[in-house]
Design a binder for this molecule. Structure first.
Ligand SMILES: Cc1cc2nc3c(=O)[nH]c(=O)nc-3n(C[C@H](O)[C@H](O)[C@H](O)COP(=O)(O)OP(=O)(O)OC[C@H]3O[C@@H](n4cnc5c(N)ncnc54)[C@H](O)[C@@H]3O)c2cc1C
Length: 115
């Protein structure tokens, strides 16, 4: 098994204004972990890989007559990056993208998958 100690930072689209996604030592990109995993037509909920770009989400959801409630003017971000930073669109009565999340799965610092 390959084992090397160090600080790992995940990166989405690296589209943040600040260097929050800049790696100190190791960088992990989810660029190839993109797309739809599941759609529930009854609850109108969809499960995506975290590396999916926001501009990919709309066309995929449209096949199921679904859509995001709101988006920003830029859609280059990934789902994981946008939700991690509280990315929002416009509108006083519309919330951030993170508020549309009902469930989240992730790998913790010990390498275990949690959901
Ligand atoms: C031109 C421009 C326009 C913008 N417009 C808006 C706007 O309209 N509204 C708004 O709210 N924001 C806006 N932003 C900010 C931008 O949407 C956010 O900074 C968003 O985080 C970018 O997503 P990203 O995928 O590039 O994330 P990154 O910048 O790559 O990462 C952001 C954070 O998420 C973490 N992260 C990323 N992927 C993962 C993962 N898989 N697992 C764990 N952690 C992860 C990173 O480590 C980092 O801490 C804009 C930025 C720019 C440059």
């Amino acid at each position: 098994m390959y084992e090397k100690k160090g600080v790992v930072r995940s990166v989405g689209a690296a589209h943040s204004f600040s260097p929050v996604a800049k790696p100190e030592q190791h960088l992990v990109s989810l660029h190839h972990m993109r797309g739809l995993l599941d759609v529930d037509a009854v609850t109108q909920q969809a499960t995506f890989w975290g590396g999916t770009y926001l501009h990919e989400v709309g066309p995929i959801l449209a096949r199921y007559n679904l859509a995001l409630e709101n988006m920003g003017d830029i859609a280059e971000q990934t789902i994981a990056g946008a939700i991690s930073t509280g990315t929002h669109g416009t509108g006083l009565k519309l919330t951030s993208l993170s508020n549309q999340v009902v469930k989240w799965g992730f790998i913790d610092g010990q390498g275990s998958y949690r959901k």
